[in-house]
Ligand binder design. Structure first.
Ligand code: IPE
Ligand code: MG
Length: 219
């Protein structure tokens, strides 16, 4: 969900103004994904590298997470959304961790749409933590074993990645899991990302021929 800061700067506002608009965009996209019967939606809300941002911005983002969770959990639950968080949350405040636990607990029996929020997440961290656990147990390191230990265990590999904001990079998102994902990059800044952008990404995805290393069926 990239482009909040630039969106705010274009309006002569502080970056935090963009992050607030970003929450509204996330709500909109979630509704849209639901409408399109997307089963799994994983959003990258805060990377491990984002800790390096100015303390004031980090603190605002944390407040925004807490407030959004406190405010939205009931509505998410009503809409059948099941929440899960991936990432290293050891640096988060107790208040935030409690809100996250509560949201997971409240929504844990829902099955309409699985919303995974990556916070304090890093793709490299995910692979390392999985491998370290195997090593500590003296288990053999295989692709399957690493995969089973990822924070995303139990989730299917993503079919489609959408990166907004014009950058064409993965920025340490789901590195392992994206091996065969279709990558969609668009210039729309996250706060402006709407139903039309989402539909455009899905239409593009529908034109992709997925081969997973094989040759086309007709060949
Ligand atoms: C949102 O966009 C991503 C978050 C970490 C919440 P940015 O804050 O990266 O916005 P830009 O890239 O500076 O425009
Ligand atoms: Mg950015």
């Amino acid at each position: 969900m990239d482009g909040n800061g630039r969106w705010a700067s274009q309006r002569g506002e502080p970056r935090t103004f963009g992050h607030r608009a970003g929450v509204r965009a996330a709500r909109r996209v979630l509704r849209c994904a639901h409408k399109h019967r997307v089963e799994y939606l994983t959003v990258f809300a805060f990377s491990q590298e984002n800790w390096r941002r100015p303390a004031q911005e980090v603190s605002l983002l944390m407040q925004l997470f807490i407030r959004t969770l406190a405010r939205e959990t009931t509505a998410l639950h009503r809409n059948g959304v099941r929440l899960r968080f991936i990432g290293d949350h050891s640096e988060f405040s107790d208040v935030l961790r409690r809100e996250m636990d509560r949201a997971v607990e409240v929504t844990r029996h829902n099955a309409e749409l699985k919303l995974n929020v990556a916070v304090g997440y890093g793709g490299q961290w995910d692979i390392v933590q999985s491998a370290q656990r195997l090593a500590a147990r003296g288990e053999e390191i295989t692709a399957e074993a690493i995969e089973n230990g990822l924070d995303t265990h139990g989730l299917p590999a993503p079919d489609l990645l959408i990166r907004t904001g014009g950058e064409k990079r993965i920025s340490n998102f789901l590195l392992w899991q994206l091996a065969y994902t279709e990558l969609y990059f668009c210039d729309t800044l996250w706060p402006d990302f709407d139903d039309r952008d989402f539909s455009a990404a899905l239409s593009w995805y529908a034109t992709r021929q997925r081969r997973f290393g094989r040759v086309p069926e007709s060949a």
